[in-house]
Structure formats: C-alpha cells, structure tokens
Design a protein around this ligand. Structure first.
Ligand SMILES: C[S@@+](CC[C@H](N)C(=O)[O-])C[C@H]1O[C@@H](n2cnc3c(N)ncnc32)[C@H](O)[C@@H]1O
Length: 219
C-alpha cells in the first residue's frame, strides 16, 4: 500500500494534517534530546522527514540511519534528505547490533505493525544503555473534538485521497487504523512490557497525536 502512495505522501500529510505534521515531527525530534556527535535511528522513516530533523540535531560528526520496509519510500527519502543513511528493512528484525544508537524514533509507524511488541523489543535492543525511544502516533482526541474529528476522518480524508491519488482505498485504511489504535495509556503499557523505563507521553493538538517516550536502563 505504501508503494502506491509514496509519490504523493508528503503532500497528503501536509493537507490532511492542515500543516500540523511538521510541528509534530519537530517536537518528536526535540524529545529525542539528541546532541551533536550522537547517533539516531528513525524506524518506519517513510520519506525521511523525521530523519532529516534528527540529522540537524546530531550535526556533521553524528550519524543518522533511516529504515523503512517500502523501497519506494526509501528511494524518495534518499532523493530528498542528504547525509542520512537510508536502508530497506523490517522494524521487527532491525539489521543493527545491540546497543548501537543514542536515540530511536518512529513516527506514524507503530500503528502499521501487527506485532508491535516485537517492534518495541527491537527498538529497545538497538538502543545504547540510557538511550531514548520516541514514538509519534495518532491517539485519542479530547471529548469535545471527538465527533468533529471522526467526521473529518470519514469524509474529508477519502475525498482528498481520491483527488490526489485517484483512489480512496489507502486512506480508508488510514482512517480505520487511526480509529482502531488504542489510547495512550495502553501504548505506555506496551512500552513498559517491552522493558522500557521512565515511560511517559505528551498529547499534542487535543490528543490527535501523542508522543511516547521510554528509556533503556543503564547497565
Ligand atoms: C505512515 S508512514 C510514516 C512515515 C514517516 N515516519 C512519517 O512520519 O511520515 C508509515 C511507514 O512505515 C513503513 N512500515 C510499515 N511497516 C513497516 C515495518 N514492519 N518495518 C519498517 N517499516 C514499515 C511504511 O513503509 C511507511 O513508509
């Protein structure tokens, strides 16, 4: 499915989030707390938008890797983002050694992975002790916004998708997967079950998205 939308992915994100997606990724990048010279991994990197922000944080002495399962997404990322190493790979079998990265991020990826516990376990494994995971994902909106948000998801998204992609199927999946994704407390439990410490989350835009954070224990 992601191969079929790769060429319009950034424009669709911008339109459907009313420009908020950039702000959400900027906050996620800040929350990695990556510093110059450090290393970051962006899992489910798509067209590399968050990886580019990690790159800006680590500077020329640092290293950022972006990983995605879809070749067309990775090809787009390579064209758009310089100085990030992009690899095709699966979040549930990361091709990296244990304790490799100071921070690992994932934006709008977890929702698409059936075995979320395996993906979280892999994220933890490749982090260095004390390393930080930052996961940006759709969440549960606050009550007053709820009905309007569902209406927007059910009506506007399929129309915009049909206009830009010539079909609505992919974005029907988007609306269904957003509705099916659990509340942030449940995602916090997933992180704790995977072995993360200091688990917490920030809600943004009245809960349209949440940023989940967890650490790998020292030693
Ligand atoms: C909604 S896009 C998010 C892209 C990007 N992180 C962003 O913020 O725009 C989800 C991405 O996850 C990738 N993906 C889905 N399952 C994956 C898996 N098991 N391993 C790695 N990438 C995966 C898809 O190819 C797609 O590019």
């Amino acid at each position: 499915m992601f191969s079929g939308i790769a060429h319009r992915y950034d424009l669709l994100n911008l339109l459907l989030s009313l420009g908020q997606d950039r702000r959400w990724r900027r906050r996620a990048a800040q929350l990695t707390r990556l510093r110059p010279g450090q290393s970051g991994l962006d899992i489910c990197t798509g067209t590399g938008a968050l990886a580019a922000r990690l790159r800006a944080r680590v500077g020329p002495q640092g290293r950022v890797v972006g990983l995605d399962l879809t070749e067309a997404m990775v090809a787009g990322a390579r064209r758009r983002v310089a100085q990030v190493e992009f690899v095709v790979g699966d979040a549930v079998h990361l091709p990296f050694a244990d304790d490799s990265f100071d921070a690992a991020s994932m934006a709008f990826g977890l929702r698409n992975i059936a075995d979320h516990q395996a993906a979280l376990a892999e994220m933890l494994r490749v982090l260095k002790p004390g390393g930080r995971a930052v996961i940006l994902e759709f969440s549960t909106v606050s009550r007053p916004l709820g009905p309007w948000y569902s209406l927007y998801n059910r009506t506007v998204i399929p129309v915009v998708a049909r206009l830009l992609l010539g079909r609505a199927g992919a974005y029907q999946y988007l609306t269904e997967s957003i509705a099916a994704f659990p509340a942030p407390m449940v995602v916090s439990r997933w992180l704790r079950d995977a072995g993360f410490e200091g688990v917490r989350y920030h809600r943004l835009s009245l809960g349209i998205v949440a940023i989940h954070i967890g650490f790998k224990a020292h030693g």
